[in-house]
Design a protein. Structure first.
Length: 329
C-alpha cells in the first residue's frame, strides 16, 4: 500500500492572525470599482451598438486604429454609397461626435455612410506645430477610405469631411494634402498658421466654415488656441478672415456676397453668410460668421461658461450637408 501522508492541525497550534478589517474593506472597494469600470465600458459599447454605430479597427503604422461606421439600413447592400467623414475635436471620440452632430439622423434621412475615425491620442495631427509629433493621421484616414472603398462600402468620388475644432483643422489638412475629398466643412476651426504656409491643394476644394466672433478657445482674430490646465495642444492659427481668404484664393473664386440670416432664436447671436462663387471648377467657399457665438456646434450645441454662447440661428450639420449636396453628396 502506498504511504499516505496526512496534515494534522493540533488544537494547541495558534490560529493564523485575521487580516485587519480595513484591508478587506479596501479590497472590496477595489473590486467594486473594477466591476463598475467594466460595467461602464460594456454600457458604452452597448450604447454605441444601440445607436447603430459599428466599431472597427484598422491596422496602420504598426498600431490598431479605431473608427466607427454608420450605414443606414435603407442603403442597398453591396452598393458603394457617398460617405461623410466626421472628425471629433480634441479630447473627443467617435461616439461623442456622433451625438454632438446627430450625424446618424441625417444619414438616415439623406442616405449616406457616416465614418467616424478616432485620433490615436487626444489630438489629431492637424498641421499645427504643436501636433506635428502625433500619429500620421493623413495616412490613417486615407488608408481608411481605401479600405472602405475596397469593401464596396464607399464611393471614392463622393467622400466628404466635416470636423469640429481640432477635427475641423484636420479636415483642412486633408484638403491640403490628399485631394481625396469632394467638399469639406470646418466648424469653429481656423486654419493652422503652419499649415497655411505650406498648403498647396492639388485641385480646388469646396469648403464651408462656421467661425464665431466670441469664441473663447479658437481666436477669431488669429493667434494661439487657448489651453486650460495643460489640456489641448494650443498652437497658432490664422484669423477667420485670413482662413476664408486663403481658400477663396486657392479656389480662384470671384467676389464675395454677404447676407444676414434671420434670427430664429433670441440668444444674443446672429449669423452673416458670406459666399464666394464663380470659383474654379465650381469649388465655392461659404462662411457662416457667428457674431457673438462661442466654441460650439451651431444649432446643436449648448451654451456653457467654458465654450460661450451656442447660436441657434443655423444648424451646422444641416448647412454642411446642404453644401455637400450641392457638390455631389
Amino acid at each position: 500500500m502506498p504511504e499516505e501522508t496526512f496534515r494534522v492541525t493540533h488544537p494547541e497550534s495558534p490560529m493564523p492572525p485575521r487580516p485587519p478589517r480595513r484591508r478587506w474593506r479596501r479590497f472590496a472597494l477595489g473590486l467594486a470599482l473594477l466591476a463598475g469600470l467594466f460595467a461602464g465600458l460594456a454600457a458604452w459599447r452597448d450604447r454605441a451598438a444601440a445607436d447603430g454605430l459599428e466599431h472597427g479597427t484598422l491596422n496602420f503604422g504598426g498600431a490598431a486604429r479605431s473608427y466607427y461606421l454608420y450605414r443606414p439600413a435603407r442603403l442597398p447592400a453591396g452598393t458603394p454609397a457617398p460617405a461623410v467623414i466626421v472628425l471629433h475635436g480634441g479630447l473627443g471620440n467617435g461616439e461623442r461626435v456622433a451625438k454632438q452632430s446627430r450625424i446618424t439622423d441625417y444619414a438616415d434621412r439623406l442616405g449616406f455612410v457616416a465614418v467616424l475615425p478616432e485620433a490615436a491620442g487626444t489630438q489629431w495631427n492637424d498641421g499645427r506645430e504643436t501636433t506635428a509629433g502625433n500619429a500620421d493621421d493623413v495616412g490613417f484616414i486615407s488608408a481608411l477610405i481605401d479600405s472602405l472603398v475596397k469593401k464596396g462600402t464607399v464611393d471614392p468620388a463622393r467622400v466628404f469631411a466635416i470636423g469640429v475644432s481640432n477635427g475641423g483643422m484636420m479636415a483642412q489638412r486633408l484638403a491640403c494634402d490628399t485631394g481625396r475629398l469632394a467638399a469639406v466643412a470646418a466648424i469653429v476651426a481656423n486654419m493652422p498658421s503652419a499649415l497655411m504656409r505650406r498648403c498647396s491643394p492639388a485641385r480646388p476644394v469646396p469648403i464651408v466654415f462656421f467661425l464665431s466672433t466670441a469664441d473663447p478657445i479658437m481666436p477669431f482674430n488669429g493667434g494661439d488656441v487657448t489651453t486650460f490646465a495643460g489640456r489641448g495642444a494650443g498652437g497658432a492659427v490664422a484669423s477667420a478672415g485670413q482662413t476664408v481668404d486663403f481658400w477663396a484664393r486657392a479656389n480662384q473664386c470671384g467676389p464675395e456676397r454677404s447676407s444676414r440670416l434671420p434670427d430664429r432664436v433670441d440668444d444674443g447671436t446672429h449669423v452673416v453668410q458670406h459666399d464666394f462663387s464663380q470659383c474654379r471648377a465650381g469649388a465655392e467657399v461659404r462662411f457662416f460668421e457667428v457674431i457673438g457665438g462661442g466654441h460650439n456646434w451651431p444649432g446643436l450645441g449648448r451654451s456653457t461658461p467654458f465654450t460661450g454662447t451656442a447660436t441657434q440661428d443655423v444648424d451646422g450639420t444641416q448647412a454642411s450637408l446642404d453644401f455637400f449636396r450641392a457638390h455631389g453628396l
